[in-house]
Design a protein around this ligand. Structure first.
Ligand code: PEP
Ligand code: MN
Length: 367
């Protein structure tokens, strides 16, 4: 477990315009492309200008990034525009090359962070080095894997350490390229309140039009910053063309962002909020009560099924339940995806409750 010893963002030695603010293209394509993008961002206060030097691509034969040559381009961007510069690293060789060019920050991508061997190799290459490192969430929705990667980097002695939430690959069809599953970064924040948490709305959304509201949503959830893909000509980008903002769109977005605070600070806010919270508490009591009653009935149904040798799974009934509950939910203005996930969890629990007696028999057999 990471215990303390995490440097607050304010002491990372990077510009912090009220938050950690990173912008730059998905991939470093050419020096000219980096220069044009940086020129579009000139005058912005950025904590970091980003560019993917080595790209972990799904398919071979797609653009793998310009490689080590792009490190020289980034160094010249830093000299010309004054932006700190950073890139993704996936191997110890990447780390060495990036450090040799004195990059201001390194990050570990979503395809590398789930691999303990790869992360350990990177951690070993970082031993004794004092550079800021961000760890992106692994593609699969698994908080422990994300924590494990952060722990390996922390154990290497990195104290300017942060996490980037870029969404998770799921089978559910959502408006996002990668489902946000906000509950996972919220749980990370609960466990490691001192760890800076940055949102990457670009990879999360996969489309430029919903990047600004998603960035605001992250700030509403008290994130410490943003990493945003910006390209001077998004439509021409060699990777992630659909999700990159133009420098002008990025400026507009930043101008419109509101940094919220945790507390309203006024008596009127506190009184109104207390009233609403009280009602929510009562509703939650009822919800738990209803769930308990539902499971009690489910258990009785399980006993009946067993006595009459009827299968636990009743596909026709399950189909009817889902359809009727979704129709009811629709009428109440609830999101179908939400209610369908709730019912899938309830159904799975009901199956488990009905199967429990068989496991009890197995357990008793052991003693
Ligand atoms: C990136 O930031 O360039 C990138 C590849 O993102 P991710 O690792 O989140 O997919
Ligand atoms: Mn990208």
């Amino acid at each position: 477990m990471i215990s303390g010893n995490i440097t607050p963002l304010a002491r990372w030695g990077l510009p912090m315009p009220g938050m950690f603010l990173c912008a730059g293209p998905c991939s470093a394509e050419s020096e000219e492309q980096l220069r044009q993008t940086a020129a579009g961002l000139a005058g912005c206060t950025l904590s970091l200008f980003r560019a993917g030097v080595w790209k972990p691509r799904t398919h071979p034969g797609t653009f793998p990034g310009a490689g080590a040559a792009a490190l020289d381009w980034l160094v010249r961007i830093r000299e010309e525009f004054g932006f700190p510069v950073g890139a993704e690293v996936g191997t110890p060789q990447h780390v060495e090359a990036a450090l040799a060019h004195k990059l201001d920050l390194l990050w570990i991508g979503a395809r590398t962070s789930p691999d303990p061997f790869a992360v350990q190799n990177i951690a070993d290459a970082l031993k004794g080095v004092d550079v800021p490192v961000l760890v992106k969430n692994p593609v699969s929705p698994d908080l422990e894997t994300w924590l494990g990667a952060l722990e390996r980097i922390h154990q290497a002695g990195i104290r300017r350490l942060g996490a980037v939430h870029r969404g998770f690959a799921t089978s559910h069809d959502t408006r996002y390229r990668n489902a946000p599953l906000w509950r996972i970064p919220i749980e990370l924040k609960r466990r490691l309140p001192d760890l800076p948490l940055v949102c990457d709305p670009s990879h999360l959304c996969g489309r430029a039009d919903i990047v600004p509201p998603t960035a605001q949503e992250a700030l509403d959830l008290l994130y410490d910053g943003l990493m945003v893909e910006v390209h001077h000509q998004p439509a021409e980008a060699w990777s992630d063309a659909g999700q990159q903002l133009t420098p002008a769109q990025f400026r507009d977005m930043v101008a419109g962002l509101v940094i919220r605070k945790e507390s309203g600070g006024s008596l009127s806010y506190e009184t109104q909020m207390q009233g609403l919270r009280h009602t929510v508490d009562e509703i939650d009591d009822d919800l738990v009560d209803l769930l308990a009653r539902r499971m009690e009935i489910v258990r009785a149904m399980g006993d009946l099924k067993r006595r009459y040798q009827v299968s636990t799974l009743q596909p026709t009934r399950w189909k009817e339940i889902l359809a009727s509950r979704l129709a009811a939910a629709r009428k109440k203005g609830l999101h179908e995806e939400f209610v369908s996930q709730v019912y899938e969890i309830i159904h799975e629990e009901a199956i488990q409750v009905q199967e429990e007696p068989m496991f009890r028999a197995a357990d008793e057999g052991k003693h």
